[in-house]
Design a protein around this ligand. Structure first.
Ligand code: HEM
Length: 209
């Protein structure tokens, strides 16, 4: 007998919703992410860690400015189990150990975030740990010259939770049910990448280059 299990066809699938949220976040912010990656091209292969110093400065400033904006957002009410990681302290420790100045960075374009916008900002900050893992592996492969001996790696070596982003996006996809909310999260993610780009530009006008 042929059956037509229409309930299975329409049953919500949280894992697939999370994957599609991730797919949209990743693909629609890809141009900004690629532009940012490009600003640090060759960083781990350079004979001196100057580009790495800029990477730390830009990350320290962005995390220092964005983490309080997230903490003040309604994120924790929407996701009571979420652990928001603060990366600014380890970045600040790296700067201090390497004798680098903290940047005087502009504020983020929004001081108040909706839940949807906060999801976009968390995506960029937590997602950047994936990039950090890649950079850490590359430095281990290339960055062993004498010139890198005084570099500090508290941020890159900081604790990672491999499934944190995936779990967060699974929870987020159950909260962002309207298409408009998903669009707002993506717009905020792209705005966050563009904020990193603006801050990165400041590292080029400093004494490092
Ligand atoms: C400087 C600030 C950076 C931010 C905010 C950032 C952000 C992100 C985000 C959000 C993702 C997750 C994409 C996804 O899978 O959905 C990601 C992944 C990744 N990023 Fe970046 N990134 C940064 C710098 C870099 C740099 C400089 C590189 C390379 C030199 C890089 C290489 C990567 C790689 C290889 C992945 C994918 C890792 C994987 O799938 O396992 N990122 N980054």
């Amino acid at each position: 007998m042929l059956t037509n299990d229409s309930s299975a066809a329409t049953r919500p699938d949280p894992a697939s919703d999370a994957r599609s949220l991730r797919r949209r976040l990743r693909s629609e912010s890809r141009p900004s992410h690629e532009e940012l990656d490009g600003r640090f091209a060759g960083m781990t292969r350079e004979a001196s860690p100057v580009a790495y110093a800029r990477f730390l400065q830009a990350n320290e400033a962005c995390h220092r400015m964005l983490e309080p904006v997230l903490a003040a957002s309604p994120l924790m009410e929407a996701f009571p189990d979420l652990k928001l990681h603060r990366r600014a302290p380890s970045l600040s420790a790296d700067l201090a150990l390497m004798g680098l100045e903290a940047l005087d960075a502009p504020g983020f374009s929004r001081s108040r975030l909706t839940v949807a916008q906060a999801v976009g900002v968390v995506y960029v900050l937590e997602g950047s740990r994936l990039g950090a893992g890649y950079i850490r592996a590359e430095i281990r492969r290339h960055g062993t010259t004498k010139a890198w001996e005084a570099a500090s790696f508290a941020y890159l070596e900081g604790p990672d939770e491999p499934h944190a982003l995936r779990n967060f996006l699974a929870a987020a996809s159950a909260v962002l049910l309207d298409e408009a909310d998903v669009d707002a999260a993506i717009a905020a993610a792209d705005e966050t990448f563009r904020y990193f780009l603006r801050v990165e530009a400041l590292t080029r006008s400093g004494a490092l280059n």
